[in-house]
Design a protein around this ligand. Structure first.
Ligand code: 5GP
Ligand code: ZN
Length: 115
């Protein structure tokens, strides 16, 4: 737990969010500034800054984040038409919150394959 980290606070029930799923490993909640009809963030409950800080033992956790996204896509009814999963990493990747997170974005056709 990093005390100043907003996503740690959401995962630890210390800050409010529109949580759509949680378990022992991950928390999923709606993005505060959605870019599409469905925009959910899936975060590990444990603070990991970005993919750059991933350790070999974190590989199942990241797999679980992706599997959670897949299940939420079905729950949101966007699985058949499709969706996009994004993990922005570092300044050039456009990362603004330095607690690793997976964006699940869908409900509309994306304008461009890369953004
Ligand atoms: P990044 O740019 O780091 O990939 O994505 C960070 C995302 O977190 C942004 O889409 C932003 O709208 C979202 N976000 C930032 N602060 C909060 C917050 O306090 N609550 C929620 N629900 N989303 C947030
Ligand atoms: Zn954190």
């Amino acid at each position: 737990m990093t005390t100043s980290c907003m996503f740690c606070k959401i995962a630890n029930h210390e800050s409010k969010a529109d949580v759509v799923y949680r378990d022992d490993e991950v928390t999923a909640f709606r993005d505060i500034h959605p870019v599409a009809p469905t925009h959910i963030l899936i975060v590990p409950n444990r603070h990991i800054e970005s993919i750059n800080e991933m350790k070999p033992e974190d590989q199942p956790l990241v797999g679980h984040m992706v599997f959670t996204a897949k299940q939420l896509a079905a729950q949101e009814g966007i699985n058949e038409e499709g969706y996009r999963l994004i993990m922005n990493t570092g300044p050039h990747g456009g990362q603004t919150v330095f607690h690793m997170h997976l964006h699940l974005i869908g409900g509309q056709r994306m304008k461009h394959p890369m953004g």
